[in-house]
Design a protein around this ligand. Sequence first.
Ligand code: AMP
Ligand code: ZN
Length: 113
Amino acid sequence: MQDCIFCKLVQGKIPCQKVYEDERVVAVRDINPQAPVHLLVLPRSHLENLLALDEAPDLGGHCLTVLGRLARQAGVAEAGFRVVVNTGAEGGQSVNHLHFHLLGGRAMGWPPG
Ligand code: AMP
Ligand code: ZN
């Protein structure tokens, strides 16, 4: 996807703070962190959002496994953390390339806004 900011990020065309990568996913620090730990896990391939995981059934599980590893690595696994996948307009998705937010390092409120 030519105009997708996260495709550009995965391809190294825009700068980012990468914390993890493998053959399927990349993890970066969110540019506008909402918690002391705020990472994004995104597939290398362009999937619009969570609904597109239908086309890549093993990928969602892999993302979740990576999120757990990153939570441990970031030191928030024991205290607790939150994984968020904003989906579509009402879900608050602003970048239409599937990504999982990993938020931690502070107590989270509920319900989310
Ligand atoms: P969402 O609103 O769920 O689509 O989340 C998009 C997230 O991407 C927001 O938290 C942004 O701060 C973050 N973001 C946008 N551009 C970049 C970038 N170049 N590098 C890292 N994070 C970004
Ligand atoms: Zn993309």
